[in-house]
Design a binder for this molecule. Structure first.
Ligand code: CA
Length: 499
């Protein structure tokens, strides 16, 4: 009986492997805190020649939305193919396995279907890896945060941090200690006189290049996940990337004010930035804002060059023609818009994130699509493109049809959310945002009773693409609010593409 079972197992494995061998490889590139402001998004003052290479061979999604604009919630959602209310990951302290112990993640699904799945760098949020996702243990090189001696000295006086910017204590699970350890960190930016592989992203690129050389020997197709941490704070990069930018030409955000008539808690000033040395409390002065933007752009160019090394190796090894390349930034970022910085909100700046997808032989390489897509759609899309079955737990939709026709009608709305500890009544609230073709509509409800509405936001992207004025309370828009409320109640299930 045992022998028979073993034979059956070997036979099944052989069939799976044979079938899998014809499948495309996946190069899955995650970028931390990258907003869609670089070359292929039409902002050529930000130098991103390698991301633009993916765009030229692929499709640029201009309206891709993350499900919650902060690291762990967006990554947990993307990797499980479910939304934050299903993962129950709304913060940086919960692992999705707590609520979903048996969920099959994106990597795990590929692994179960005959792929060799390997991950490196920042894929899941720091300290919250998921071993079942990978065929071999996830790894990340350790690297110093800063290069300049005065900055190293400063961090040694302050708190020791991990390469991903998380206090060590939290990584060890000591939440209390982490809270008290969150003192001022080092500076928010630096131009280091060092080679690319001094900092973490350079080391990750080296590791990815070395891995590609060995992974190609395997008989199975591969799913290689490579996570870069820049342009996450601090904006550090080798000086040659800093020198690509002329500070005099850097434009500051035109809307340095909170959205008019929005609830106070809708957008916060950006506490994460204020943890860094040299950032004063309150509104960030223009001279520092300019240096921050300079650092952010330089960090993009640095990360871009590391992506380029991985793409070069893929080309050199002749793997490109059978490899799907996908690159996503985990959420957007505010660089002074609304007099605020960082992510952590439901606004367009924070929820709209970069997404590039290149599939060998695709018909519309180099095209753009403004179709509304959600990060929760990435799992089913990659599975669909690889010819794998779609697990029933998924809450997204494969957008493979957009590759054949980037202009076709698609989802009627994209959904994001963000909690706040206290609404207008002092009770915890969740803001559920819906982005339609024309509007952003956010309904803030009590966490414990979704029928209790704390506040509503409505922005008209036709007349107000910066989301500067909340129109929800204006009587002339009452009928529109009612109509959007009905659509909002129907939720993501009511916004699926009509096939
Ligand atoms: Ca992030």
């Amino acid at each position: 009986m045992k022998t028979l079972l073993r034979l059956l197992f070997v036979a099944t494995l052989a069939t799976l492997t044979a079938r899998a061998a014809d499948r495309p490889n996946i190069l899955f590139i995650a970028v931390d805190d990258l907003r869609p402001e670089f070359g292929c998004y039409g902002f050529d003052y930000v130098k991103s020649p390698n991301l633009d290479r993916i765009a030229r061979a692929g499709l640029v999604f201009t309206r891709a939305y993350c499900q919650q604009a902060v690291c762990s919630p967006t990554r947990s959602s993307l990797m499980t193919g479910t939304r934050p209310d299903t993962t129950k990951v709304w913060d940086l302290e919960t692992h999705f396995r707590t609520a979903l112990p048996q969920v099959v993640t994106l990597g795990q699904h590929f692994k179960q279907n005959g792929y060799f799945v390997q991950g490196m760098g920042k894929i899941f949020h720091g300290g919250y890896d998921d071993p079942p996702t990978w065929s071999v243990p996830w790894q990340t090189p350790r690297a110093p945060m800063y290069a300049r001696p005065e900055n190293i000295a400063l961090t040694q006086r302050n708190v020791q941090t991990e390469p991903d910017g998380e206090p060590k204590a939290r990584k060890a699970g000591k939440k209390k200690a982490a809270k008290t350890a969150r003192g001022p960190r080092g500076p928010a930016f630096e131009a280091g006189d060092v080679p690319d592989n001094y900092y973490q992203d350079g080391k990750v690129a080296d590791l990815a290049v070395a891995t590609l050389r060995t992974i190609r020997q395997k008989t199975e197709p591969f799913f290689l996940a490579v996570g870069f941490v820049k342009p996450h704070l601090p904006f550090v990069s080798p000086k040659k990337y800093w020198d690509l930018y002329d500070p005099a030409k850097i434009q500051l955000a035109p809307n340095k004010f909170r959205p008019k008539d929005a609830p106070d808690y809708a957008i916060l000033p950006g506490g994460e930035l204020h943890n860094y040395h040299g950032i004063p409390a309150g509104s960030v002065p223009d001279d520092i804002a300019r240096q921050l933007k300079h650092g952010y752009y330089a960090a993009i160019s640095y990360m871009d060059a590391q992506v380029g090394k991985v793409l070069d190796e893929l080309d050199r090894l002749g793997l490109r023609q059978n490899t799907i390349v996908i690159l996503w930034g985990d959420h957007g970022w505010k660089l002074g818009e609304h007099d605020a910085w960082c992510k952590h909100s439901n606004c367009e700046n924070d929820t709209n994130a970069p997404l590039l997808l290149s599939v060998p032989g695709m018909k519309h390489a180099g095209a753009r699509t403004a179709a509304l897509v959600e990060f929760v759609d990435i799992y089913p899309t990659l599975a669909d493109l690889a010819g794998l079955p779609l697990p029933v737990h998924l809450e997204g939709t494969s957008f493979k049809p957009l590759l054949a026709d980037p202009q076709r009608p698609w989802k009627q709305a994209a959904f994001s959310q963000y909690p706040r500890p206290a609404g207008q009544t002092g009770q915890p609230v969740m803001g559920y945002a819906m982005r339609t073709e024309r509007y952003r509509f956010v309904v803030w409800v009590a966490r414990n009773d979704h029928t209790k509405v704390d506040a509503i936001e409505l922005y008209d992207h036709q007349t107000d693409p910066q989301e500067n004025t909340n129109l929800a309370k204006r009587s002339e828009h009452a009928a529109l609010v009612e109509q959007l409320m009905a659509q909002w109640r129907a939720g993501w299930r009511g916004a699926l593409p009509k096939t």
